[in-house]
Design a protein around this ligand. Structure first.
Ligand SMILES: CC(C)=CCC/C(C)=C/CC/C(C)=C/CC/C(C)=C/CC/C(C)=C/CC/C(C)=C/CC/C(C)=C/COP(=O)(O)OP(=O)(O)O
Ligand code: 1GP
Ligand code: MG
Length: 235
């Protein structure tokens, strides 16, 4: 399904983690709205190409989340571009992006690129540490989300708890602030109940690590997310 404003559930595959054909088929045929290929570091072109070729056997929408320029290839449906809002180093917010556009601008199909305003919320995660993120209060998070929507007009705000389950109340508060930007929640989902609780407030729920730990549990999150209505939001 390519109308991303309708998406509710996404699986995120880590190019650095092996996945066998049977498991990949179950992920792609699960009824999820899209599959993201993305990891923080050590993502190689070979891994990104391998997953692209294997996911393309199925009809599911396929997204590359760009974390390093040497691992970008044509052929994905969308390219999601992380911009880290709570970083202390502007290279993760804007500088790598400016350099990438300077170098590859003529090859870019802008319609395929979607910026994600990341708010890193798990200080223990690799993504948080890699991007020099800083700790934030709940009020900071809400203000970052408002900046993303009203000043930056980003299509997505991503509350990233990678590796740990987040704060449902805070996700609800951020959701109440957003009218145009879609709220993505990601981090620590292992059960149907956890998936449902976040799907009540986030527009899109991303499920990652549990794919590699308990595939059946991961698969159950698809129906769990699709079975609940989002409670509020101007969209
Ligand atoms: C030929 C062709 C198709 C050209 C296409 C043109 C194109 C797409 C050009 C790119 C344009 C552009 C603006 C690129 C951006 C360049 C760039 C490198 C930006 C920096 C992005 C960034 C902030 C990366 C930091 C890491 C990050 C936020 C990754 C997101 C994924 C994530 C959070 C994974 C989860 O991490 P975690 O679980 O903690 O860690 P593991 O890796 O262990 O899973
Ligand atoms: O791997 P988990 O903890 O499910 O998080 C999903 C995703 O938000 C990671 O970028
Ligand atoms: Mg991970």
């Amino acid at each position: 399904m390519e109308d991303y404003r309708m998406w509710r559930h996404i699986f995120k595959l880590d190019p650095n983690k092996p996945i066998d054909d049977e498991s990949l088929e179950k992920i792609c045929e699960s009824g999820t709205d899209a599959v993201i290929v993305g990891g923080t570091d050590d993502v190689t072109l070979d891994q990104v190409l391998d997953l692209l070729a294997r996911i393309r056997r199925y009809e599911v929408t396929c997204i590359l989340e760009v974390s390093n320029l040497s691992a970008v290839t044509p052929g994905y449906d969308f390219y999601f571009i992380p911009m880290v809002l709570n970083t202390e180093n502007p290279k993760w917010l804007i500088d790598y992006h400016q350099q990438a556009v300077k170098e590859y601008g003529e090859f870019i199909e802008w319609e395929e690129l979607k910026a994600e305003g990341y708010i890193m919320l798990n200080p223990e995660s690799k993504a948080y540490q890699w991007t020099d993120s800083k700790q934030v209060t709940d009020e900071d998070v809400i203000a970052y989300a408002q900046v993303a929507e009203h000043l930056m007009h980003l299509p997505f705000v991503y509350m990233e708890y990678s590796g740990t389950y987040g704060d449902v109340k805070l996700v609800e508060r951020v959701s109440e602030e957003l009218d145009q930007s879609l709220l993505i929640y990601g981090g620590g989902i292992t059960t149907k109940a956890e998936a449902r609780d976040m799907a009540r407030h986030a527009d899109i729920v991303v499920v990652g690590n549990i794919i590699y730990e308990n595939l059946n549990a991961a698969l159950r999150t698809v129906h769990a997310v699709h079975s609940v209505e989002k409670i509020k939001g101007g969209k």
